[in-house]
Design a protein around this ligand. Structure first.
Ligand SMILES: [Zn+2]
Ligand SMILES: [Zn+2]
Length: 249
């Protein structure tokens, strides 16, 4: 069946040369698996070193002269309590990456996350605070959404990071206990309330260093709620790693 499918695809590509679903340019044959062109992959921007030490927000101007504790964004300086210890994101959530993620999520292409997971794992391997964690866990999605999508993208990312860093992976460390509205449909100010008490911790995390993995961070409300309950249950540290970060400033 696979062979037939491949032969059919090849025949089809003679009549209709494959085009990239993001930019509509022709796709190199070698990339047919993802069907996304090289230019679109290369368009993905890595978040550089110049970020807030706590939340990982890219800082607008270079602050290399300042001491490490000054490397914080205004929001983190002003806040009393931040539930996680550190958060970092690998890529800017923009242009082609935003399109690739949408395609992966809504057109059922989990293999795109597999590919991005490798980049995320390498990124995590460069940071000592991720390498020192005891457990890696994904941010869960609701059962309903899991059934509709067929997979949880954060699980793909977290499992890959765990195996690359050689850290124990716990798929069900955090569980969703109620269905909240998707954060993308809720205005910024109400996102915190929308996820309040939506999760529960299912394992003993006392004294453990937890690495929580998610696909995109926007307001941060979801990862903060997960970090809050993990910390409440006695984890010593919670580090958050996300594939992408949406611009919220
Ligand atoms: Zn393209
Ligand atoms: Zn910050």
């Amino acid at each position: 069946m696979k062979l037939l499918n491949r032969a059919f695809q090849e025949l089809l590509s003679l009549v209709y040369p494959p085009i990239c679903p993001i930019c509509a340019n022709a796709v190199d044959e070698g990339l047919l698996k993802h069907a996304i062109c090289n230019a679109c992959w290369n368009d993905i921007r890595i978040i550089g070193q110049n970020v807030c030490a706590r939340c990982g927000k890219p800082l607008p101007s270079p602050e290399t002269e300042k001491a490490w504790h000054d490397f914080k964004c205004q929001e983190c300086r002003d806040r009393q309590r931040i539930p996680y210890d550190i958060m970092r994101s690998c890529f800017h959530y923009e242009t082609s990456l935003a399109e690739i993620i949408k395609r992966a999520k809504f057109n059922n292409h989990p293999e795109l996350f597999e590919s991005l997971a490798n980049d995320l794992a390498v990124y995590a391997g460069e940071k000592s605070f991720f390498k020192q964690c005891d457990l890696v866990a994904p941010v869960p999605i609701s059962f309903l959404r899991y059934m509709r999508r067929g997979y949880n993208q954060s699980e793909i990312l977290a499992a890959r990071v765990a195996s690359f860093l050689n850290i124990e992976y716990q798929r069900n460390l955090v569980k969703k206990k109620r269905n909240n509205r998707p954060q993308s449909l809720v205005v910024q100010e109400k996102r915190k309330k929308n996820v309040r008490n939506a999760f529960e911790v299912c394992l003993d995390v006392k004294g453990k260093r937890i690495l929580l993995v998610d696909d995109i961070v926007t307001s941060g409300a979801t990862v903060e709620e997960c970090a809050r309950i993990i910390k409440r249950d006695g984890a010593s540290t919670v580090a958050v790693l996300t594939l992408a970060r949406a611009r919220t400033w």
